[in-house]
Design a protein around this ligand. Structure first.
Ligand code: NDP
Length: 331
């Protein structure tokens, strides 16, 4: 039998956490044959709610769930974890400046970086979900220098999946037949959902999305804004932010990273930029990646037209500004 994998979820008593932990315990993240031990961290005001989530996990009697650690102590939560999903963060409240939110999150991610660096299992894989996700991940990387940079990522898979969903609705095809969209850059409204290399499997073979949609105005306009603003649309409809889709995307991200992407398919992940595609180096930027043997590789050599170039640059500039803002919060 396989040894259990220890998975940390921070902010586990929150909305996304509540949707995510049962998915992990059911094997959605790491596979139906992979036992797991859940480590759940939250802050003291959420301790009672966190204990309630633990009670429900016990009551669900998940066969793969070999243990639950529910704690408000970051060291206890991080000890021995193989996978860390960082959902806890300070939400932007009405009237708060960008700098105030950044400053709160910089201090959270700085301290959690140290806890992970000192106590996580070697080669722990980290996924940051909490916003500003890219920059929180960058801070985590800076303050956990012994964790390899390639092990620290942020979530843009929800945006990727939203793009697949929009194409599937537009063409009335199965979402599983659509692939290779790309989310470039920041997990924010400057992200660029790119369909220029996306395809759909049809009865007569794989066809480019642009050839099938035949509506460049929609692809270059409404499609992009719908994906960029989908989070706000969900809040408007549900009066709560997206949680089940965010949790599902977090599982997809880790599953593909650990178990590999299918042949001929790439996914989007926020990773430490090496300057590929002339994106700024030294920020966490979302790229198309393939994964094999637990490692991601940026897909190289894709043609970038002038329209896309501008959008890749714009989101890159925002990430550089966020990085500067984050550093100014440190001093
Ligand atoms: P959610 O579980 O709804 O969201 C958690 C984080 O994920 C937020 O930062 C949210 O950003 C972010 N996020 C990223 N992508 C998405 C997406 N596509 N849709 C929705 N959210 C997204 O928040 P809750 O408030 O319910 O839960 C947060 C938990 O974190 C609480 O249990 C709280 O106690 C804990 N917490 C921990 C802190 C710490 O560790 N020090 C500090 C503060 C809170 P956005 O806000 O922009 O929607």
């Amino acid at each position: 039998a396989k040894q259990p994998v220890r998975v940390l979820v921070t902010g586990a008593a929150g909305q996304i956490g509540y949707a995510l932990v049962p998915m992990i315990a059911r094997g959605v993240m790491l596979g139906a044959d992979q036992p797991v031990i859940l480590h759940m961290l939250d802050i003291p005001p959420a301790a009672e709610a966190l204990n309630g989530v633990k009670m429900e996990l016990v009551d669900a009697a998940f066969p793969l769930l070999k243990g639950v650690v529910a704690t408000t102590d970051a060291v206890e939560a991080c000890t021995g974890v193989n996978v860390a999903v960082m959902v806890g963060g300070f939400p932007r409240k009405e009237g708060m400046e960008r700098k105030d939110v950044m400053s709160k999150n910089v201090s959270i991610y700085k301290s959690q970086a140290s806890a992970l660096e000192l106590h996580a299992a070697p080669n722990c894989k980290v996924l940051v979900v909490a916003n500003p996700a890219n920059t929180n991940a960058l801070i985590l990387k800076e303050f956990a220098p012994s964790i390899p940079a390639k092990n620290i990522t942020c979530l843009t898979r929800l945006d990727h999946n939203r793009a697949l969903g929009q194409i599937s609705e537009k063409l009335n095809v199965q979402v599983s037949d659509v692939k290779n969209v790309i989310i470039w850059g920041n997990h924010s409204s400057t992200q660029y959902p790119d369909v220029n290399h996306a395809t759909v499997m049809t009865p007569s073979g794989e066809k480019p999305v642009r050839e099938l949609v035949k509506d460049d105005a929609w692809l270059n306009g409404e499609f992009i804004t719908t994906v960029q603003q989908r989070g706000a649309a969900i809040i408007k409809a549900r009066k709560l932010s997206s949680a089940l889709s965010a949790a599902s995307a977090a599982c997809d991200h880790i599953r593909d990273w650990v178990l590999g992407t299918p042949e001929g398919t790439w996914v989007s992940m926020g990773v430490y930029s090496d300057g590929s595609y002339n994106a700024p180096a030294g920020v966490i930027y979302s790229f198309p990646v393939t994964c094999k043997n637990g490692e991601w590789t940026i897909v190289q050599g894709l043609a970038i037209d002038e329209f896309s170039r501008k959008k890749l640059d714009l989101t890159g500039v925002e990430l550089t500004e966020e990085k500067e803002l984050a550093y100014s919060c440190l001093s």
